[in-house]
Design a protein around this ligand. Sequence first.
Ligand code: C2G
Length: 133
Amino acid sequence: MASKTVITFGTFDVFHVGHVRVLNRSAALGDRLVVGVSSDKLNFSKKGRNPVFSQEERLEIVANVKAVDEVFIEESLEQKREYVRQHKADILVMGDDWQGKFDHLNDICQVVYLPRTPSVSTTAISEQIVGNS
Ligand code: C2G
């Protein structure tokens, strides 16, 4: 059987257990995991604020997760089709907060949405740190 490449995307800011779980679950769907880490600019355009950690730091953290084979910077949400092609991905994995949003890529890869880990988020962690200070 041919080896399968999985691709997933995310900001992965203030890296936490929800992030490591989604990467492990993504990797388990294939043989090789490629991760697109959102650029600072893309993050600013989506959320109106800069991430806590810079794109270079987030890229370095994700690249050092055991399940991850390759990383690159995701510059734009609209380039998903090109990224899937470039990396010869067989499966695109997204968190279920994106449910249905990438179904149109079904013609070039399998699209899988995974449930998020409950009760953990970068925003909640930041608020807790601010509240404790
Ligand atoms: N995640 C999770 N459980 C959480 C938090 C996050 O499973 N409690 C998953 C998300 O579903 C996503 C990945 O971790 O698959 C990264 O999450 P974010 O950094 O929040 O990603 P986001 O900002 O939505 O960026 O092209 C799409 C974007 O790059 C996605």
